[in-house]
Write a protein that binds this ligand. Sequence first.
Ligand code: PDD
Length: 284
Amino acid sequence: MSRIVYVNGRWVPEEQAQVSVFDRGFLFADAIYEVTAVIDRKLIDYAGHLARLKRSLEALSIPLPFTDDELLGLHREIVARNELESGLIYLQISRGAADRDFLFAADMAPSIVMFTQKKNILENPKWKTGLTVKTMPEGRWMNRQIKTVQLLYSSMMKMEAERAGADDAFLVEDGYITEATSSNVHIVTKDRRLVTRHLSNALLHGITRASVLSLAKEVALQVEERAFTVLEACDAAEVFITSASAFVMPVVRVDDAVIADGRPGPISQKLLEIYIKDRMASAI
Ligand code: PDD
């Protein structure tokens, strides 16, 4: 079945979904996005994604042409129209279309696109094995807290990691890990502290990160929000990443360093379990 995609006020089969070649999202990466997980037709962590969407738009002075109710309505409608039991909703808002110019008018009409990706996100085979990662230099711009569609560097680094036989890349700036290519990175120290980089413009403020931190006390972990080095990660009891698509994903190797015994650790596994339980209970 072809997906039904939302494009600028219309619901169309994916083959007919089109935006202008003059769209600034296409020409300048002048667009922001959100990815929200769906389980049992319900939205996971929706309030967090909505709040970040608004922050990203505000940072770029792109207006949101919907009320909260209308936007929630669009999410519900795309789930219903695509019979999306489990998977992801991708929402992108660009500044809109105009003749190519580095300057843009203040009153442009934004372009809005939404589509779904069906997948059984409650059965990720990588949760059992964990990921291997390669460290790579950080090369993105300095406003990573804005969820823009400027994903080329991350995409290139993920390709390079794959060519090197790894699953993902950790981006490193001045010896400290900023993020993985599309997720936040966390370590559990041998004395049970959950160390995660503090919020700043160096990283995206992950919604899953925030939820997992709020659950840390349930596994008797003390949270420490600060930058940590590659060396600390290699020496950690556990390393894991978080994102709306992989939830809590263990990392078992960083470059040549095997983390602990090379298998997903008990704390990451427990955090994954309680994250899913807790977030499904609050899904809308
Ligand atoms: N990526 N950091 C980066 C650079 C990301 O792209 C993402 C999410 C995260 C995790 O944020 P959250 O927990 O809110 O999903 C961190 C999404 C899933 C993507 O681009 O597909």
